[in-house]
Design a protein around this ligand. Structure first.
Ligand SMILES: [Zn+2]
Length: 257
């Protein structure tokens, strides 16, 4: 019942007048309008000049960076990202959370995996495994979208990253770095709304220059790669994402010690 109420709130946006939301929402002073930190704000732009947006929530020692989308043809979770933003407004986490709405707005608009240069933004990282190519970029961080996220990572110094994708074999959770326990936490919580969620330690193919290789393998920061079921509607994804993220944030408390 609680889940149903929350889901209705999030879908309809009817709960946006929660104390946190109201406190920072459009406090107009003359022409000035204050924007809540939990509202979307632009942190950079894509190749074609589209805004890349982020919102912030909560307080607490662990810093968690969530990327709502990186492959433009894997947007099953997109409605769930807005629902997650509302959820984090209503239930502020005991962690500092930065949520990036969509790292690849050009790819999302065009329905392509890569950005407007045709580069896969999940292969453009300065990992030891980086391989220059047309599809991976001429050099690591050659793409503006990857640089926007890289700047966020350097400034925010996250203890944990969660990145949303979709896959034909989904839904499942893949991980890099010391994230096995958190991956199981996410999957267990997500299974409440969809029994298929499980942990898949290996993707089964090479991912040179991926975010997981760079952040998880090379830098030792836990990374969860959340793979929603490709082509499925967003309703079950919404609850799975909120329950999974909530459980993961509770489990992340120890990361900041
Ligand atoms: Zn993907």
């Amino acid at each position: 019942m609680r889940a149903l109420l929350i889901l209705m709130c999030l879908v309809l946006g009817a709960c946006s007048s929660s104390p946190t939301g109201r406190a920072g929402r459009e406090v107009g002073v003359g022409a000035q309008v204050a924007v809540a930190r939990s509202d979307w704000r632009t942190i950079g732009t894509s190749v074609l000049g589209a805004p890349i947006e982020a919102a912030e929530f909560g307080s607490g020692p662990p810093r968690v960076l969530i990327v709502g989308g990186i492959h433009g043809d894997e947007r099953e979770a997109a409605p769930a990202v807005e629902a997650l933003r509302r959820h984090l407004v209503i239930f502020p986490p005991r962690a500092r959370v930065v949520l990036i709405r969509d790292l690849n707005p050009d790819g999302t608009k065009a329905g392509t995996r890569g950005n407007a240069h045709g580069v896969d933004l999940n292969r453009n990282w300065p990992a030891r495994s980086f391989q220059a190519s047309l599809a991976h970029g001429s050099a690591a961080l050659s793409e503006p979208e990857a640089r926007v996220l890289h700047e966020q990572i350097e400034a925010f110094d996250p203890h944990l990253m969660i990145v949303l994708h979709s896959a034909r074999g989904g839904p499942f959770v893949n991980f890099d770095g010391p994230a096995m326990e958190l991956a199981h936490r996410f999957a267990a919580a997500a299974r409440v709304s969809d029994h298929r969620w499980h942990v898949r330690p290996e993707m089964g193919y090479a991912t040179p220059g991926s975010l997981g290789s760079y952040i998880g393998v090379d830098r030792g920061i836990p990374v969860l790669t959340i793979e929603f079921a490709r082509g499925h509607e967003a309703g079950p994804a919404m609850l799975a994402l909120m329950d999974g993220v909530t459980a993961t944030l509770e489990g992340a408390a120890g990361l900041a010690k």
